[in-house]
Design a protein around this ligand. Structure first.
Ligand code: SF4
Ligand code: SF4
Ligand code: FES
Length: 222
């Protein structure tokens, strides 16, 4: 396949023509916030709206996960308008997040913490009012625990579960009530889940945690 040369944040990079911009940046050690992208998914969901960048010659910021690289492309991942969109999107997302890192098994490997650190912002903004649903934790599965209050609706687990042909996890409701759940809201342990537990590997937050991670945190001092 043809190779192309592009510039990201002033760095000259070579990639294959048609490669996805987000993965090219990440593979070259240039971090762009992202929650919903999965490298194996050829049709990006573009749901989280956190991967905005600016490209020379393009009028508006665009999502890196939906863009392919081309020769001569000049990308700025920290440009003003894109950064403003990302910060605002992150702030909104965190307004409905049950923030409790001290007791969360994902702490220190959480993508939300990484994004906040990258943007130089606090995990929880004081500007926005909390907007939370307080949903019950699903403890029914032998391999993992699902806490919907920590879900950011990225859709990675849903895509994976469908793509593996299991189809236990899906979205229900719209707007503020939107949630990842099972058919008729059954506890995950009472569905046809084949216990592959792959979903916990793609979850960027503490929403899907293996029992080991959950219990290790419970034993450790906060
Ligand atoms: S999911 Fe991440 S940000 Fe949320 S409580 Fe857990 S470690 Fe903290
Ligand atoms: S449970 Fe995790 S992977 Fe699934 S949508 Fe929520 S945050 Fe994303
Ligand atoms: S990673 Fe691009 S919109 Fe989520």
């Amino acid at each position: 396949m043809k190779t192309v040369s592009l510039i990201i944040d002033g760095r000259h990079i070579t990639a294959r023509e048609g490669d996805n911009l987000l993965w090219v940046a990440l593979d070259n050690g240039i971090y762009i916030p992202n929650l919903c992208a999965i490298q194996d998914n050829p049709e990006p969901m573009a749901a989280c709206r956190l991967c905005f960048v600016e490209v020379a010659g393009r009028e508006r910021p665009l999502t890196a996960c939906t863009e392919t690289v081309s020769n001569g492309m000049e990308v700025d991942t920290k440009a003003k308008h894109a950064s403003r969109l990302v910060r605002h999107g992150f702030e909104l997302l965190m307004a409905s997040h049950a923030l409790d890192c001290a007791h969360c098994g994902k702490s220190r490997s959480c993508e939300l913490q990484r994004i906040a650190h990258h943007l130089g912002v606090k995990l929880k903004s004081r500007r926005l009012k909390e907007l939370r649903q307080e949903l019950p934790i699903d403890n029914s599965h032998p391999g993992f625990v699902y806490d919907p209050n920590k879900c950011v609706l990225c859709g990675r687990c849903v895509w994976l579960c469908q793509n593996l042909g299991v189809g236990v996890l899906g979205f229900a409701h719209r707007g503020f009530k939107r949630v990842v759940t099972t058919f008729e809201g059954k506890p995950i342990g009472d569905t046809g889940c084949d216990q592959c537990t792959e979903c916990i590997n793609v979850c960027p937050t503490g929403a899907l945690l293996s029992r080991d991670e959950k219990e290790a945190k419970a034993r450790s001092p906060a």
